[in-house]
Design a protein around this ligand. Structure first.
Ligand SMILES: [Zn+2]
Length: 462
């Protein structure tokens, strides 16, 4: 609601962030679980997930001052991950095709299954196989190429300011193919962007959002690259035998690439990622409360790297009206798992809520990390069959396995039970805990680069 057409005013917020090193390398990234139900405390014994999975116990070696044990619902070792992907609905050749960015690092997570072969498709592109989880080829996909002179470039800390600049440059380069709207403003004054790629008056509409959880900031980079990929191949590309331009005429793809820029700025830059003095004070109060209650024993700066909430300590994916009263929540604002004072109490969740209520939707995907898993169901899901069918379609492309979810208050949860329900999925990308090092990106990209096209195709067929 109250959308304003993008007016090219983003340059004003181009704050310099170059003094911040990519700390991904310095953080001893711990294997662990980071599902929507995610870790509820930093210190102490943590039982996460509660999903159906391998249940491999993982020691979250976290380094510093904690010796917590994480019982993860998702085994994090590559060899275990190889056994996943059993939900792909189509049989056939196990492969990875079209991996334009598959570089030397591509094989780092592989163990056992390496999909180096191409399906017999003439459209498939080569490149080293990327594996870890099997991917089932579904035949021809039209994305054999690489974006030349890309605007969105891969970095370990893809910031809000960089994203804003990229959106501006994309809208200049691809004018007529995309529309930028502002759908809200955060507590710290950042605009929330929605980008519509394709025909805004199309018969069908799908949503992809990312970055609702702060430390999962690789997902906005993924979605921005997806968007650029679609724009670049808008006129020339095809997907499974259909021309992309025809698909974009029939289905509009709405991207909300970064739902939580305040939180992401905290996770990437520390306390100076927040501009408001009052908000900075509330972040410090979160830390003091988390320390005094035993929820963390980390030093302040390190604690902030693991920030998951929005700028005032509300976990946005526990803030939706899906049995919100039953959400297992911290009792005060915190870096993670505080559900807020009421459903949709935050401007970021309001923005998504209003967007989804503004029209009918064919499908929606929420990007989170990590786990290489698709959560597709929720108690009381009134679009059960469609959500399962969509999950199978996306699993076939990504190789991610399916699981139900057990939390409450999530965006997807709400979509599946609200009036005018929307078939929807939560995709958890990546295989190490957040913030993920940039070395994870190659595999994440290769599994997800076509997901928006698969989503469009699914919408056309349903
Ligand atoms: Zn998340």
């Amino acid at each position: 609601m109250n959308k304003k057409v993008f007016a090219g005013v983003l340059t004003a917020v181009m704050a310099v962030s170059s003094s911040f090193m990519s700390y991904a390398d310095s953080v001893g990234v711990a294997p662990g679980q980071n599902s929507p139900e995610e870790i509820t405390a930093i210190s102490g014994v943590v039982t996460a997930g509660g999903t159906d999975s391998q249940g491999g116990a993982v020691t979250a070696g976290e380094g510093s001052n904690q010796g917590s044990t994480v019982t993860a619902g998702e085994a994090s070792s590559p060899s275990a991950a190889v056994t996943a992907g059993g939900n792909a609905s189509s049989g056939g050749t196990v492969t990875v095709g079209g991996s334009q960015n598959a570089g030397p690092m591509a094989s780092q997570t592989s163990s056992g299954v390496v999909g180096a072969g191409l399906a017999g498709s003439s459209m498939g592109s080569g490149g080293p196989g990327v594996s870890g989880i099997s991917q089932v080829s579904r035949g021809v996909d039209g994305f054999a190429g690489t974006v030349q002179n890309p605007i969105v470039t891969v970095t370990g800390t893809y910031t809000y300011d960089q994203m804003s600049q990229d959106i501006q440059e994309l809208s200049s380069r691809y004018s007529g193919k995309m529309q930028v709207n502002t759908i809200g403003t955060t507590h710290d004054g950042r605009s929330l962007y929605e980008i519509i790629v394709g025909n805004p008056s199309a018969e069908k509409h799908v949503l992809i959002h990312a970055g609702i959880h702060a430390r999962e900031y690789m997902t906005p980079l993924l979605v921005m690259k997806q968007m650029e990929y679609g724009l670049y191949f808008y006129n020339s590309g095809s997907f499974e035998g259909r021309s992309l331009s025809d698909m974009f005429n029939q289905v509009a793809v709405h991207f909300v690439p970064m739902v939580n820029p305040d939180g992401i700025s905290i996770s990437q830059k520390g306390i100076n990622g927040i501009r408001s003095g009052a908000l900075q004070e509330s972040v410090r109060q979160c830390y003091n409360n988390d320390v005094s209650s035993g929820r963390t024993s980390m030093a302040f700066e390190r604690y902030l790297q693991y920030w998951k909430a929005n700028g005032r300590g509300v976990d946005l994916n526990q803030n939706f009206p899906a049995n919100w009263e039953q959400v297992t929540s911290a009792s005060f604002p915190s870096y993670a798992t505080y559900k807020g004072q009421g459903p949709v109490s935050e401007p970021e969740s309001q923005a998504l809520y209003n967007l989804m209520d503004s029209r009918s939707w064919s499908a929606a995907i929420s990007y989170h990390s990590m786990g290489n898993i698709i959560y597709w169901d929720y108690t009381g899901n009134t679009v059960y069959d469609q959500s399962l069918d969509l999950a199978n379609a996306i699993s076939a492309r990504t190789g991610y396995r399916l699981a139900g979810s057990s939390g409450h208050g999530g965006f997807k949860d709400w979509l599946q039970i609200k009036e005018g329900p929307v078939p929807s999925l939560t995709l958890e990308v990546g295989s190490v805990s957040c913030p993920m090092p940039v070395t994870e990106f190659t595999d994440v990209w290769n599994r997800n680069k076509d997901v928006w096209a698969a989503l469009m195709k699914w919408a056309m067929e349903h």
